[in-house]
Design a protein. Structure first.
Length: 218
């Protein structure tokens, strides 16, 4: 489907177990760098199957910001030491439903129940803003105007309120981060900015020291 040198920016919904929070992860790949996954996993504070929410990704040469509704849940600043691991190629919007129950739900303890198929996902109000590239000749595209417009958009800057919301979300709902996984990466990857209030919540395997509280069943 994709060449081995492709780039990715991912929202991945990991499903849920009845009565427990819905889980999802964000991930970044550059130049097919699948051996250096940059996963972060989170719980949602709402049921995404009940109503639509806004999931957004801001991507520029300088930074990447993932949003859920108005909250910036993750920010990645471009570090030159990332080299080709920082996404820099033209990308397209792509959605799929796939079985990750070998690891996503309880470490593989809870498998997909195919008695409930077919499984569907619904999207609305899709917006793509940026530079439209000719896939047959990407190098000839001038993106200066589109880049300037994107850099001046509301998604490009995190406000003081959003910075506080980011801190609240990450300390309350993030349950895994590759930046704190010292078993996987003894030296954090170059873009990792270690935040002491986050770091103290995690073990050396990047997982929470204390399990999150159970959700109240609706």
């Amino acid at each position: 489907m994709f060449p081995k040198t492709h780039d990715e920016l991912d929202f991945e919904f990991l499903g849920n177990i009845r009565g427990k929070p819905w889980r999802f992860q964000t991930n970044i790949y550059g130049n097919g760098s699948t051996t250096r996954g940059r996963e972060e996993r989170y719980r949602l504070w709402f049921d995404p199957s009940k109503e639509f929410h806004r999931y957004s990704i801001f991507w520029s040469h300088n930074k990447i910001i993932f949003y859920v509704d108005e909250i910036p849940i993750r920010e990645v600043l471009h570090d030159e030491n990332m080299e080709g691991d920082y996404p820099s190629k033209p990308m397209s919007s792509y959605a799929t439903v796939w079985d990750a129950s070998s690891w996503a739900t309880g470490g593989g303890r809870h498998k997909v129940d195919y008695r409930f198929e077919p499984f569907t996902s619904e999207f609305q109000d899709l917006v793509l803003q940026g530079c439209q590239v000719d896939p047959t000749d990407a190098t000839s595209t001038n993106c200066n105007d589109a880049t300037d417009e994107l850099e001046s958009s509301e998604f490009a800057t995190i406000t003081p309120w959003q910075r506080q919301a980011n801190k609240w979300f990450r300390e309350k709902y993030m349950y895994y981060s590759y930046c704190y996984d010292r078993l996987r990466y003894p030296s954090p990857l170059p873009e990792c900015l270690l935040v002491s209030s986050e770091q103290e919540l995690f073990k050396n395997n990047g997982r929470l020291k204390k399990a999150p509280p159970r959700a109240t069943a609706a």
